[in-house]
Design a protein around this ligand. Structure first.
Ligand SMILES: [Zn+2]
Length: 189
């Protein structure tokens, strides 16, 4: 048997089997996610890029079923955990960034809508056949922050008191924009 993550079936077929698909892979299995991480780490000097970033594990579980008693609405409960290597936008050093996603996705055809399922996100099926791998990949990509940063100030070189000045100089345009947006939101808030 192949890896069920890479099998293609219709949403109804996945749901009808109330199938649970275990995720036990590595970052390198996910091409788009890998390109994003590679581009992010690409700003670092070659010797600062973590050598094994593609081997970091991706784990979790997808459980397919139906949201309704009539079995018309396929749904998947997703739990995905990974730790990626990312570049801190404050200090421009690589660090380990944990990603954890829990999401209940309604599997709907394009432009299909339903009422009464506000606890679910909608996953639009662009194809009739669905590959669990693609769901996992997209959930992880969405979970990657726009500007990743050390969360613990002790770990971040830029947050050490002596480095404050340098941190200002290193602020990327994106980070500055993000800060401005946060301020605007507070103002209108
Ligand atoms: Zn940092």
């Amino acid at each position: 048997m192949g890896n069920p993550l890479r099998e293609r079936r219709s949403a109804a077929e996945w749901a009808a089997g109330t199938q649970a698909v275990e995720i036990a892979g590595i970052i390198g299995d996910f091409d788009q996610l890998s390109s994003i991480i590679e581009a992010d780490l690409g700003v670092l000097e070659a010797d600062k890029i973590p050598a094994q970033w593609r081997d970091s594990p991706v784990t979790g579980r997808l459980e397919f079923g139906f949201a309704d008693a009539q079995q018309m609405l396929p749904v998947v409960d997703c739990r995905v955990t990974a730790t990626i290597d990312a570049t801190c936008q404050r200090c421009l050093e690589a660090f380990r960034l944990p990603l954890e996603v829990e999401e209940r996705l309604l599997l709907l055809g394009l432009e299909e809508t339903v009422d009464g399922y506000d606890d679910c996100e909608v996953w639009e099926l662009e194809d009739t056949l669905l590959r669990p791998q693609d769901i996992v990949e997209e959930l992880l990509i969405i979970a990657v922050p726009f500007a990743a940063m050390h969360t613990e100030s002790a770990a971040c070189r830029a947050l050490a008191p002596v480095a404050e000045q340098a941190a200002d100089e290193m602020t990327t345009p994106f980070a500055a924009l993000r800060e401005q947006m946060a301020k605007d939101n507070e103002g209108s808030g």
